[in-house]
Design a protein around this ligand. Structure first.
Ligand SMILES: Cc1cc2nc3c(=O)[nH]c(=O)nc-3n(C[C@H](O)[C@H](O)[C@H](O)COP(=O)(O)O)c2cc1C
Ligand code: SF4
Ligand code: SF4
Length: 445
C-alpha cells in the first residue's frame, strides 16, 4: 500500500490532508473531531492580537453558487478571523497538540503590520508547542480595511518585512499564506522567500459578490439590506489556485520553495493535481464545511488506491511531476493536430455539439444527414478546439484523436510533421527565432 505520510518543511503528519484555517478549525471541539475522522493536520482559525476579540456580523455570512443539481460549487464568506479570546485559543491549541502529537497543528496569525505586534504574539504561540505558524496575508474582507490580511499580501515589501520579523522572533517554521487578489502571484511569493519564509500556502479567498437580490437590490449575503464583498472559495476556485501553485513552482526565483496547496480541494483527485503541480501537501476548507470531516477518509483511500494503481510508493513520487509540463503558450507544439470524433453508440442526438460548433466555433459538426438528425464531425473543417467535448452532456461521447505524423490534415491540406515546432519559430511570427534547445520543454516521464 502506498505510503502517504507527509513531511512538509519538517512538520510531519500521517497524510497530506490538512484543514485550512477557517470555521472547521475554530476550536478544540472541532479539531479533535477532525483528528478522530483522520485529518493529518490543521491550521487553527486565525488568531488576532491580545485584547477584545473581533466582532462578526450577526446575520448571514455566506453566499453560494450551485450547479444545476444544487451541488455547492462556490462559497462566499464575510467572516472575520477568530472571534474567540486569544488565551482560550492558545490553551486549547496546547492541549490538543499534547493529546495528538502525531498530527500537525499550525497557528494562523494576523496582527497589525507593526514589528511590536508580531514580536508580542510569537512567544505566546511558541509556548503552545504547535508545529509552526501561518501568516494570514490573504483575508480580503473586514480585516483588509484595517490594514491587515490581503492589505499586507498585496504589497510584496510588507510580506518580506513581516516574514523577516517572524523568522527573527521565533524558531517555528513560517508559512506565508498568499492572497489571490493580485495581478501576478510570483511577486508576493518571491517576497516571502526573500523574507526567509519556509513555505507559502495558497490560495486564500477571492474577492467576490455572489449574487444580488433583485427584489431588495441588496448584494447577498444581505445584512439588513446591504452587503459587502466577501471571499470566494470551493470547487469553483480550484483552477485559479492550481495555476498560481504552478506559477510559483516553476518560477526561477521561487522554484523549490515548499507550497501548501489550497483552493477547492474536494476529492483525492483534486489533491493529487495540486501535488503533481508542486504542492507538498493540501489544505481543505469548503469541502469539510459542505460534507463534514469524514470526507477525508475518501480522500485518503482514493489517493492511496490511485498511487498503488500507478506504482507511486510515496508522495515524493507524485509531488512536482506535472510542473515541467507547464509551459508558456509560445512553446506549445503547433505540429500537434487533433480532430474530434463522435461515438455514435453513445450519442443521444441532443445537438448541443452541433449548435456550439455551428454558432461559435468552426461549423464542423453535421446536424441533418439524409433528412435525419445525425451528428458527425466534418474533418475538413474541424480545428480540434474541443469545445464540442466540453458542451456534450454525455461523458466520453466525443474523443479528440491526434493525427499521426505523416497523416494528411484535411483542413489545412498539410501533412502532419513529426517534429516539434512552436510559435517562436513560426514563419508568421515577426519575432521568429531559430530553434534553440532551451526553448524545447522537457517531456514528462
Ligand atoms: C468561512 C470561512 C472563514 C475563513 N477564515 C479564514 C481565516 O480565518 N484565516 C485564513 O487564513 N483563511 C480563512 N479562510 C480561507 C480558507 O482557509 C481557504 O484558504 C479558502 O477557503 C480556500 O480553500 P477551500 O476552497 O478549500 O475552501 C476562510 C474561509 C471560509 C469559507
Ligand atoms: S473540436 Fe471544435 S471545431 Fe472540431 S468539431 Fe468540435 S467544436 Fe467543432
Ligand atoms: S452533444 Fe454529444 S450527445 Fe449531443 S449530439 Fe453532440 S455528440 Fe451527441
Amino acid at each position: 500500500m502506498a505510503d502517504i505520510r507527509n513531511n512538509f518543511i519538517g512538520i510531519k503528519s500521517p497524510n497530506p490532508f490538512w484543514l485550512a484555517s477557517a470555521p472547521p478549525t475554530d476550536k478544540a471541539y472541532n479539531v479533535v473531531r477532525a483528528f478522530q475522522a483522520g485529518w493529518g493536520g490543521v491550521v487553527w482559525k486565525t488568531l488576532g492580537e491580545e485584547g477584545p476579540p473581533v466582532v462578526n456580523v450577526n446575520g448571514p455570512r455566506y453566499g453560494a453558487i450551485w450547479g444545476a443539481d444544487r451541488r455547492l460549487l462556490g462559497l462566499n464568506n464575510i467572516e472575520l478571523i477568530t472571534d474567540r479570546n486569544l488565551q482560550l485559543n492558545l490553551q486549547e491549541m496546547k492541549q490538543v497538540k499534547k493529546d495528538w502529537p502525531d498530527r500537525a497543528i499550525i497557528a494562523s496569525i494576523m496582527v497589525p503590520c507593526e514589528e511590536e505586534a508580531w514580536k508580542a504574539i510569537l512567544p505566546l504561540v511558541e509556548e503552545t508547542e504547535v508545529d509552526g505558524i501561518e501568516l494570514n496575508f490573504g483575508c480580503p474582507h473586514g480585516m483588509s480595511e484595517r490594514g491587515m490580511g490581503s492589505a499586507v499580501g498585496q504589497v510584496p515589501e510588507y510580506i518580506e518585512m513581516v516574514a523577516r520579523w517572524c523568522k527573527q522572533y521565533t524558531r517555528m517554521p513560517v508559512i506565508v499564506k498568499l492572497t489571490p487578489n493580485i495581478t501576478d502571484i510570483r511577486y508576493p511569493a518571491r517576497a516571502a522567500k526573500r523574507g526567509g519564509a519556509d513555505a507559502v500556502s495558497l490560495i486564500n479567498t477571492i474577492s467576490s459578490i455572489t449574487a444580488v437580490n433583485l427584489d431588495s437590490f441588496s448584494p447577498e449575503p444581505s445584512i439588513d439590506g446591504r452587503g459587502s464583498h466577501g471571499g470566494y472559495c470551493g470547487p469553483a476556485v480550484k483552477p485559479i489556485a492550481l495555476n498560481m501553485v504552478a506559477e510559483i513552482a516553476r518560477d526561477g526565483e521561487t522554484r523549490g520553495l515548499p507550497i501548501s496547496g489550497i483552493g477547492g480541494v474536494t476529492t483525492w483527485r483534486d489533491a493529487a493535481e495540486f501535488l503533481a503541480l508542486g504542492a507538498g501537501n493540501v489544505q481543505v476548507c469548503t469541502a469539510a464545511m459542505t460534507y463534514g470531516f469524514k470526507i477525508v477518509q475518501e480522500m485518503i483511500e482514493g489517493l492511496k488506491s490511485w498511487m498503488d494503481e500507478k506504482g507511486h510508493a510515496t508522495l515524493d513520487d507524485v509531488i512536482g511531476r506535472a510542473t515541467p509540463n507547464v509551459t508558456d503558450w509560445q512553446y506549445l507544439n503547433l505540429n500537434y493536430v487533433t480532430k474530434a470524433k463522435i461515438n455514435q453508440d453513445l450519442c443521444i442526438k441532443c445537438g448541443r455539439c452541433h449548435i456550439a460548433c455551428e454558432d461559435t466555433s468552426h461549423q464542423a459538426i453535421t446536424h441533418l444527414v439524409d433528412g435525419a438528425r445525425h451528428f458527425e464531425v466534418i474533418e475538413e473543417e474541424c480545428v480540434g478546439c474541443n469545445l464540442c467535448v466540453n458542451v456534450c452532456p454525455v461523458s466520453g461521447c466525443i474523443d479528440m484523436i491526434p493525427l499521426a505524423a505523416g497523416e494528411l490534415d484535411r483542413r489545412t491540406g498539410k501533412v502532419v510533421q513529426p517534429t516539434y515546432a512552436n510559435w517562436t519559430q513560426h514563419p508568421n511570427n515577426p519575432m521568429a527565432q531559430k530553434p534553440t534547445p532551451v526553448q524545447v520543454p522537457e517531456p514528462a516521464e
